[in-house]
Design a protein around this ligand. Structure first.
Ligand code: SAH
Length: 344
């Protein structure tokens, strides 16, 4: 069970050594509490007078012996005690996949990592709107700098590594999954090279979830038994067009708006049926989500007003969504008809 209690102005006593308690202290301060510290059980090392009766005791598990008698006295006095894990010994980095942008699609692991972070470096596509509610960590936008230029990849890696070297618990929050066109591998390498412990929490990739937001299953029995995820960052080669067209499965393209004309023309040259349905799903799970459906022969004009972030889906699975939608609409129409007949 999880409870949310308003701690604004409340006296909270955080027990535990300074190093182990640093994250708990920051969390309670960020929650607006008046934080008092006790770093040894004998009370020899306090900053000043302690409150007579704190609203809450946050007991950090710092591995020291001797806290129990004090905590027992608090329990007897009816003061609630929250057990807190000790902050990590040395700095480390966690790459976190943030999913396509809605809070609902963050994993439990992502939420925990955010909660425990000292600093979060986040991207333009990461779910950033509610970040301040999920963590009391320092938030650093590396998707844009004041001049609207992206922070260079090398500089992001340096920021992460330097923060971890000062002992901070660093979260690198990325859109979707860190290993799908996310340069996650490079960031892991940068940590490994400098000896910083690093782990990766996978995320819900837009390659599968954004089509789903438009009702499109990337595979469907007897329609498509494979899907290929392609980066549209740079145009494909003629050989790649041929191979893709030859596979006969679903093609999912990320970062593909800019090179859509080259891709569509390339697939047509490679012999793909001009009537193959194509969907462009913009801003999946975000405000202003929009789906544009056309055929391979006409998609350039149909998608002329489409902008990134968007996922392209090329293949017969697009029709599955259309069928389901038509079915749902027909059912809704029937329901409305039935309701109006009933009223009359
Ligand atoms: N690692 C990410 C992809 C990074 S590349 C992932 O796994 O999803 C960035 C591209 O992802 C965008 O250009 C767009 O094609 C796609 N994308 C990410 N989030 C999206 C969203 N909410 N709606 C549509 N496309 C999205």
């Amino acid at each position: 069970m999880q409870l949310t209690i308003d701690l604004t102005g409340r006296d909270v006593l955080v027990t535990g050594s300074a190093h182990a308690a640093r994250q708990a202290v920051r969390r309670y301060e960020a929650a607006g509490a008046a934080v008092y510290r006790l770093s040894t059980p004998d009370g020899a090392d306090t900053d000043g007078p302690l409150p007579e009766r704190p609203f809450l005791v946050a007991a950090v598990d710092d591995g020291q012996r001797g806290w129990e008698p004090l905590l027992d006295r608090c329990r007897e006095a009816g003061i609630p005690i929250a057990s807190e894990p000790a902050a990590g010994e040395s700095g480390h980095v966690t790459l976190v996949g943030g999913g396509p942008g809605s809070l609902e699609l963050l994993t439990v692991g992502a939420l925990t990592a955010l909660r425990d972070a000292d600093v979060v470096f986040y991207d333009r596509l990461a779910p950033q709107a509610e970040l301040a509610h999920l963590t009391s960590a320092e938030l650093v936008d590396v998707g844009k700098s004041p001049g609207h230029h992206k922070v260079a990849q090398r500089d992001i890696e340096k920021l992460m590594v330097d923060a971890a070297l000062t002992g901070k618990n660093v979260v690198r929050l990325k859109g979707g999954d860190p290993y799908v066109f996310g340069r996650g591998g490079e960031e892991v390498s940068a940590c490994v090279r400098t000896g910083i412990p690093v782990r990766v929490i996978p995320g819900v990739t837009s390659a599968i979830s954004v089509p789903a937001a438009a009702g499109i299953p990337v595979t469907h029995r007897e329609v498509s038994h494979m899907f290929t995820v392609v980066s549209g960052h740079a145009p494909l080669t003629e050989k790649e067009h041929l191979h893709l067209a030859g596979l006969g499965g679903t093609i999912v393209v990320l970062m593909g708006i800019g090179t859509l004309p080259q891709l569509a023309a390339g697939l047509r040259r490679a012999g793909m049926d001009h009537a193959t349905p194509v969907a462009v799903v913009e801003r999946g799970y975000r405000p202003g989500q929009r789906t544009t459906i056309a055929e391979l022969g006409t998609i350039e004009t149909a998608a002329a007003s489409c902008a990134n972030p968007a996922v392209l889906v090329i293949g017969e699975v697009v029709r599955v969504a259309e069928c389901n939608r038509a079915h749902a609409e027909a059912t809704a129409d029937l329901d409305r008809l039935a309701a109006s007949l009933f009223e009359a």
